[in-house]
Each structure stands twice: as structure tokens, then as C-alpha cells.
Design a protein around this ligand. Structure first.
Ligand SMILES: [Fe+2]
Length: 157
């Protein structure tokens, strides 16, 4: 019977959430790779077109991930009753990190836009430092969330 192929709604939702989360995570990790490449290319080999593109997409990628996590995944986490962490405190901390990353992403976007125009508003060394600060923190944030969210998705399956 074909009916057996259709997962119950609850599991389907869970699958969709997992798929969505993984695609948002991959997008952020790809962004980190590009930011690292920009940092490595400073100052002589920096590609203005790449900077211009990343300046536009960076805030959108970050905002999209934050929105999905806060609107969909955090509420699922709250329902999951994981006992290994203090969820309230952890979610509060993650939201604060999101806020910090959002501001940081906007600043970085402005700097990259200036490189895109060929008129850097920040010295190469400081830009490299800023880029590394951003993607290193973002990778740590993503790694921590991945461990935490695995509880939700496993719980739902
Ligand atoms: Fe997050």
C-alpha cells in the first residue's frame, strides 16, 4: 500500500524541520568558508565582487537562521524537556549570541561593502581580525546548537 510510504504528520514536520535546519546550517558554514577566504586574501588578493556579494547576503543569511531557530527550533527544544542542560538559561544565552551576531554581521557587511566599492573604510589587518572574530564565534555557536538540536530531532523521530 502506498499509504505506508507517507510518514505521520508529526514525523513529516520533524523531517522538514531537520531538513530546513540543516540547510540553514550549511548556508552559514559556507558563509564562514567564504569569510575565511576573504580574510586570507587580504590585503592584496581581495576580490571586490565577492566582498560586494557577501556584504549583501551576510545579514540575510544570519537573520534567516536566527528567525527559524527562534520561531521553530527553540520552542521545540522547550517542549523536549532535555534534562542535561538548563534550557531556559541556554536559550536565553543563545538569543543573546544571536543579537550580538546580528550587530556584528551588520558592521561586517558595511566593511565588506566598502571593499566591494574599492574604498575600504577599515585597514586590512583590522578587517582580517574582524572577519576571524565573526566566523570563529559563529562556528562555535553552530557547533553548540547542533549538539543541542540533535536532542530535538532525535526526540521527535
Ligand atoms: Fe543560532
Amino acid at each position: 500500500m502506498g499509504d505506508k510510504m507517507i510518514a505521520p504528520v508529526r514525523n513529516r514536520e520533524s523531517l522538514d524541520n531537520k531538513k530546513m535546519y540543516l540547510s540553514l546550517r550549511d548556508e552559514q558554514l559556507s558563509l564562514c568558508i567564504v569569510l575565511e577566504e576573504i580574510a586570507d586574501s587580504l590585503p592584496e588578493r581581495v576580490d571586490a565582487a565577492v566582498c560586494k556579494h557577501v556584504a549583501k547576503t551576510l545579514p540575510l543569511i544570519i537573520e534567516g537562521a536566527h528567525r527559524y531557530e527562534e520561531d521553530v527550533i527553540f520552542p521545540l527544544l522547550e517542549k523536549s524537556k532535555i534534562s542535561s542542560v538548563d534550557l531556559k538559561t541556554t536559550i536565553k544565552r543563545l538569543k543573546i549570541e544571536h543579537l550580538g551576531d546580528k550587530c556584528f554581521a551588520e558592521e561586517l557587511s558595511e566593511v565588506l561593502a566598502s571593499y566591494g566599492k574599492g574604498m575600504p573604510n577599515l585597514a586590512a589587518e583590522a578587517t582580517g581580525y574582524m572577519l576571524r572574530g565573526f566566523f570563529e564565534a559563529l562556528r562555535r555557536h553552530i557547533a553548540f546548537e547542533a549538539e543541542l538540536f540533535a536532542n530535538v530531532f532525535d526526540f521527535e523521530f
